[in-house]
Design a protein around this ligand. Sequence first.
Ligand code: OGA
Ligand code: MN
Length: 296
Amino acid sequence: MALTINQIHPVFVGEVSGVDLTKPLSRDEAVAIEEGMNRYGVLVFRDQNITDEQQVAFTKNFGDLEVKEKPGNIRKAAESRLGAGISDLSNLTKDGQIISADDRQWFFKLGDRLWHSDSSYAVIPAKFSALSARAVPSWGGNTDFADMRAAYDALDDRTKAEAEDLICEHSLIYSRAAVGFTDLTPEEIANFKPVRQRLVRTHQVTGRKSLFLSSHAGAIVGWTIPEARSYLRELTEHATQREFVYSHQWRQYDLVMWDNRTTMHRAKRFDRNEVRDMRRTTLGGDSPTVEQAEAA
Ligand code: OGA
Ligand code: MN
């Protein structure tokens, strides 16, 4: 069966059918999926009962996996439930038990409930993320996506001009503080040193501009913090209006892949006593969005 993509939301998101992600992709399939990502920003694949190795192999069709030694890694590889190349987005410990409510791992995960773009706190932010649902709770736990190209297009001209050359500072310190989690170790604080990102990005292939927002953004270079925070909040509210948002209701064995350069996402609430086993592969971006400041 030939690969087809149907748009399932008025402004973005395609659902892909006619492809089996447990098998190596043909060149044509890989090209069609990459073009689909450029066009739709988010692609949904249903009924893909894949292994971790198959997920890694699928993801590598579109670039190199993000390097593991990045500031967001609060866990050493040996403490992970999963093997190399796969991030654990579940609510489970290494031993497969549900993480307790007061575990700081859980506090970090709760930060994902704010709108964000993966690794925007890293000098080179992520390209695509692919999330595979291995076990889903009986209620809730959707992932919401917002189209940052449509959000950019809908800005008025004055705001577009104002935003064009702004540089934001992104850090896990800001996004975790936003959920009230400030109990970071000195080592974490040093690791989470803010990085600079352009606020307006241009997609290399499509030439479309998008807003590069994320809950990790907590400052704008040259602005006071209150001015920056209120501005970023206003833009985020604009960008996550219902018309730009798709809410993915997970079924077991769904795989959803998104472009972090053109979309934001967030996790939604579920019963934390039920298992939600989600596994992510992530592609690194190819360059910083802007030069970093000289080390002080
Ligand atoms: C992610 C993420 C949200 C979710 O995988 O990067 O933010 O719903 N996931 O688990
Ligand atoms: Mn994420």
